[in-house]
Design a protein around this ligand. Structure first.
Ligand code: SF4
Length: 376
């Protein structure tokens, strides 16, 4: 029996310090805690050996947090454990999220030797004022050093993460960030707009009823920035393949595509999520418990037919190529599809449906329309 593809996500919940807008599961930690965390990760991976019978690993993604805070050898130990337990494809895409200022020559050498072939570097903005405001640990110049070091060490598949709709940011300012980034010719660019999340410093400053709210670009400007992004990056040879993701031909992120296409994936580390045979798992988020060997789940939920169909629609439609229209979709969503087509937010072609440009502008509305009231 041919083995199925599996994505692996490994959560590294450590950062130099907390950024002002961040609500991810991450915090500063000592080297000793990081080493103990790696030991727990290896234990968790060892315990997942039953997956090896059915699956082969086609992508690995170290996310965080700041995975590049780990010593290169530690990251290599995790990958070594993974390949002892499961078959990792020779051509697997192996990504490490990195932050400028945490990369060294030795670390990058160790990554390459361990098989890492893609780096995702968090820049967010090419404007040092905006970087300070965000609470990032680096300047644009420090990002350039890390980027050039990665190229010098032979990494031929780089992503740069950017963020638009920042407080005080204008469309011109955002275009400058795009231009400085595209000039470097990374293979992939992610461009999300800032979300103000509860529990962050930014929430105190910029939530709707807070003093700073009016410093945020309004909804129209936010939308125009998205349009600017598509137009500008399109002109530089980047194809938008998902609402917020752009790539040179052949460089779409295979790992993230597997989320949108709902192929199975297994997450390791605190708070990591998994999707295995239509069951969603979420790991516990308690670091102290994890370090003491408690590898239990916070939640396990078996998805119903309705859940699966809804997810197929609102994840799949994030991709520009959309989803293949099935009999079940026609039956359940027939009227809705006609309505959305008439509104000009959805398009049907060659038995696929996908968002139009207008649909992308109002994607929250369109995607939420696919939530169903009743089981099917
Ligand atoms: S580096 Fe990333 S994960 Fe860490 S605090 Fe900043 S935004 Fe959050």
């Amino acid at each position: 029996m041919e083995k199925e593809r599996l994505g692996i996500y490994i959560h590294i919940p450590f950062c130099v310090r907390k950024c002002a807008y961040c609500d991810f599961l991450s915090a500063p930690a000592s080297r000793e805690i990081m080493d103990r965390y790696v030991d727990s990760l290896k234990q968790e991976i060892r315990g997942a050996e039953e997956l090896a019978e059915r699956y082969r690993v086609s992508t690995v993604f170290f996310g965080g947090g700041t995975p590049s805070l780990l010593e290169g050898e530690k990251l290599a130990e995790i990958l070594e454990m993974l390949s002892q337990v499961m078959t990792v494809e020779a051509e697997a895409e192996i990504t490490v999220e990195c932050n400028p200022g945490t990369l060294t020559e030795n670390k990058l050498d160790a990554y390459r030797t361990a098989g890492v072939n893609r780096l995702s570097i968090g820049l967010q903005s090419a404007d040092n004022r905006e970087l300070r405001l965000l609470g990032r640990i680096h300047t644009f110049e420090e990002f350039l050093e890390s980027y050039e070091l990665a190229r010098k060490k032979g990494f031929g598949n780089l992503n740069v993460d950017l963020m638009s709709a920042l407080p005080g940011q204008t469309r011109e300012g955002w275009l400058q960030t795009l231009e400085k980034t595209a000039d470097l010719e990374p293979e992939h660019i992610s461009a999300y707009s800032l979300m103000i999340e509860e529990g962050t410093l930014f929430y105190e400053r910029y939530r709707e009823d807070a003093h700073g709210y009016r410093e945020l670009p309004d909804e129209d400007t936010d939308r125009l920035m998205y349009e600017d992004t598509k137009r500008f990056l399109g002109g530089r040879g980047y194809e938008r393949y998902e609402i917020s993701n752009y790539a040179r031909p052949g460089y779409a992120c295979r790992h993230n595509l597997s989320y949108w296409e709902r192929t199975d994936y297994k997450g390791f580390g605190i708070g990591a999520a998994s999707l295995i045979r239509n069951i969603r798992y979420k790991n516990n988020t308690d670091l102290a418990a994890y370090l003491n060997g408690d590898l239990s789940y916070e939640s396990v939920s078996a998805l119903s037919r309705k859940d699966v169909l809804e997810e197929t629609m609102f994840l799949g439609l994030r991709k520009m190529e959309g989803v293949v229209l099935t009999e079940q979709m026609r039956k359940v969503y027939g009227e809705l599809l006609n309505k959305l087509e008439q509104e000009g937010v959805l398009c049907r072609k060659n038995n696929r449906i996908f968002l139009t440009d207008r649909g992308i502008d109002v994607s929250n509305y369109v995607l939420s329309e696919f939530l169903l009231d009743e089981e099917i």
